[in-house]
Design a protein around this ligand. Structure first.
Ligand code: NAD
Length: 447
């Protein structure tokens, strides 16, 4: 799966979760790629072949790219931009205090490109940005480099990768979304992604505003599905009904689909929480009030509260009690803890006096850096030893496969609150564990 004919010279600004995956996947299909990041430590790490975050398959592609010399990294943005025919902007767009996307890094990247571009070039917005950003990008380039601005084409190409399976998503994307204003923009992107398109990826070609908005629409709708099932879970808990069974019924309708109907502790990560807020602010700026988005976020906050209420129900008081959090990453397959519901729960429990001990197969260091007061154990059983309650926060296979008789043996009180519904209630009860699933009736075992 390689480009036929001439490879494209590609620059990538920002080598984080999206940028680095973009670098290694484009090099893998035969392009010549130079990644730049403002963080020089990250660049020297990447040059030595070490990935700054965990993503299955990333290390291997990084090594292959470096060995083939199609992939390199620089701490000088000029090296990244000069000679490039396509430059991807992959910098962070974190939320501002008011919820809107902070585009300072995007603007800096655009200025850098305008300053150093030395020929016709396609500038690709891969970062998730509000509708209207492409127009700002064009205006900035015009201001920074009026002679060259006409040669710089802006394209929106939002990223749909899922952390934990990002390499697979980049090498075999279900869809490639391209927003452009000119035939040259579409053509360059089609050529760039040629091998992926030939391999069956669906391509959508729209105007830039539609592409920018489509990314927010996708993330908001996925978050909406999660919050819908979590609201239903609260109702099921009152009605002694089973949300998992209802999700199966709903999911069997192809108009609804089963994905993202897993009730639990709620969504987290670097995208859904911030993109939902940013979308709400974009809608408002465009004159449309979209309270549904705020409601989705409120229900998500409530999901953590619901878990805390179950712990309270089981333990009566938190103070001084050891509570084990199983899984700290916002989802399995990644060490990303940004907006992880596990850490939201951890700070709530710590602030109420509980002795919280977390365990995660790979996110331990990131969690400790984010929340130094959190005690982190080196195995699930170590975290569980002496605990009065365990909370499943991330559905790692390792946690699904725990030996329940060992769990019961090491805990001070065998109580499991399951924020991911990974266990079978009958099996938990048979193992002598009091079990609080999400949206299903609890199983209490007499001490
Ligand atoms: P990240 O924090 O992992 O990486 C951002 C990188 O950009 C960092 O390495 C940072 O040092 C670098 N950077 C910031 N400003 C810079 C500048 N001016 N010049 C050079 N480098 C700079 O972020 P991410 O998760 O890769 O997200 C990047 C964008 O992609 C965001 O808009 C995000 O919403 C979007 N996105 C993320 C995902 C995901 O799963 N992480 C998926 C789709 C889209």
């Amino acid at each position: 799966m390689k480009v036929e004919g001439q490879a494209t010279m590609v620059g990538v600004i920002g080598t984080g979760h999206v940028g680095l995956v973009t670098c290694v996947s484009l090099a893998e299909i035969g392009h010549r790629v130079i990644g730049y990041d403002q963080d020089p430590e990250k660049i020297s790490q990447l040059r030595s072949g070490s990935a700054p975050f965990h993503e299955p398959g990333l290390r291997e592609l990084l090594a292959r790219g470096l060995a083939s010399q199609r992939l390199s990294f620089t701490d000088d943005v000029a090296d990244c931009v000069r000679g490039a025919k396509v430059v991807f902007i992959c910098v962070g767009t974190p939320p501002r205090a008011g919820g809107e996307a902070n585009l300072v890094a995007v603007e800096r990247a655009v200025r850098d490109i305008a300053r150093h571009a030395d020929g016709p070039c396609v500038i690709v917005e891969k970062s998730t940005v509000p509708t209207g950003t492409a127009a700002r990008v064009k205006a900035t380039m015009q201001r920074e480099n009026p002679e060259r601005a006409a040669e710089l084409v802006v394209v929106s190409n939002p990223e749909f990768l899922r952390e934990g399976q990002a390499i697979q998503d980049a090498m075999r994307p279900e869809r490639i979304l391209i927003g452009a204003e000119s035939a040259a923009g579409f053509e360059t992107m089609r050529r760039l992604y040629g091998p992926l398109i030939a391999n069956g990826s669906q391509v959508f070609e729209f105007d830039v505003s539609t592409a920018e908005l489509a990314k927010y629409a996708c993330n908001a709708f996925l978050a909406l599905k999660i919050s819908f099932i979590n609201a239903l879970a609260r109702i099921c808990e009152q009605a002694q009904a089973d949300v998992v069974a209802i999700a199966e019924v709903m999911g069997s309708d192809p108009r609804i689909g089963r994905a993202f109907l897993d009730a639990g502790i709620g969504y987290g990560g670097s995208c859904f929480p911030k993109d939902l807020q940013a979308f709400d602010r974009v809608a408002r700026r465009l004159g449309y009030e979209f309270p549904l988005l705020r409601e989705v976020a409120r229900i998500n906050d409530e999901a953590v509260e619901a878990i805390a209420r179950k712990i309270n129900d089981a333990l009566w008081n938190f103070e001084g009690k050891r509570i084990a959090l199983l899984g700290l990453a916002f989802k399995p397959g990644t060490d990303d803890i940004r907006f992880s519901p596990a850490l939201v729960l951890a700070s709530k429990l710590v602030s109420e006096g509980a002795h919280v001990v977390g365990y995660d197969p790979i996110a331990e260091h990131n969690a400790k850096a984010e929340m130094p007061q959190l005690e982190v154990a080196s195995s699930a059983l170590d975290a569980l030893a002496g605990a009065s309650c365990a909370v499943v926060c991330t559905d790692w296979d390792e946690i699904k496969q725990l030996d329940l008789s060992e769990v019961r043996k090491v805990m001070a009180e065998a109580v499991v609150v399951d924020g991911r519904n990974i266990f079978d209630p009958d099996v938990m009860q048979a193992a002598g564990i009091t079990y609080y699933p999400t949206g299903r009736p609890p199983r209490r075992v007499s001490p």
